[in-house]
Design a protein around this ligand. Structure first.
Ligand SMILES: [Zn+2]
Length: 235
């Protein structure tokens, strides 16, 4: 296991299959103020390793995770949320209201987390912040994150844009690549519109949920377009 990887001076990749544990999605950390972190997704069950990676990567002695943004309700993104909640008593967990049911463990929504694929039981968490608009802002200290509702992979999938003062536009798109399954309530037409919205953002970096960091406006656009071509041909 290696520690995380800095993407910029205040953004790092701190979790993945290689960095934290089997089955983990890519987990990103934003240091929005000294000692204050926001995580993008939680991984499946490796909070301890992710916390160690943040310590190693950012080299801060005293710090806390104050916010956890869940991009959608799948177990590889939300499984460890309850572990972070247990460690950080002030943690605020945010997600879109259309994925609230499975994240909060409403009866009958278990299948929407895909936990059975991983052979584990999901421990639900209560959401503190619910996104509900097509686009809204989330302020963290002096920085502003733009939250876009990008349904398709799941009904409540979101993407997050951080307009970084020196690096440019960093887009946390997570599961841009799909897949699309009836059991997730996926909708390929919604996804198509969502991907067009992401392309129009003209991001400099795409932080993807399973493919890591894609750098450069052309590469980001080509990456999204390659999946659009692939899935719309099938669709
Ligand atoms: Zn997913």
């Amino acid at each position: 296991m290696t520690s995380g990887k800095m993407i910029g001076d205040d953004v790092a990749l701190v979790g993945s299959e290689e960095l934290s544990g089997s089955g983990d999605c890519h987990v990103y950390a934003i240091r929005y103020a000294p000692g204050k972190f926001c995580l993008i997704d939680a991984g499946v069950q490796s909070a301890t390793q992710i916390i160690q990676n943040i310590t190693d990567t950012f080299q801060e002695k005293r710090w806390e995770i104050t916010h956890l943004i869940l991009t959608h309700a799948h177990i590889d993104h939300i499984g460890a949320a309850h572990e972070f909640q247990a460690q950080y008593s002030n943690l605020k967990i945010a997600a879109h209201r259309w994925d609230q049911g499975p994240i909060e463990g409403k009866p009958g929504t278990e299948g929407l987390t895909a936990a059975s694929w991983y052979g584990i039981t999901y421990t639900p968490v209560k959401l503190n912040i619910l996104f509900s608009k097509d686009e809204e802002n989330m302020r963290l200290g002096k920085i502003k994150l733009r939250i876009f509702h990008t349904p398709g992979h799941t009904p409540g999938s979101i993407s997050i844009l951080y307009n970084h003062p020196s690096m440019g536009k960093i887009l946390f798109g997570q599961d841009v690549h799909g897949p699309f399954m009836r059991e997730f309530n996926s909708n390929i037409q919604d996804w198509h519109s969502s991907m067009k919205k992401l392309i129009a953002l003209d991001a400099d970096f795409l932080c993807e949920g399973h493919f890591g960091v894609i750098s450069g406006k052309d590469k980001v656009r080509n990456f999204i377009n390659s999946y659009l071509k692939q899935h719309m041909r099938l669709g």
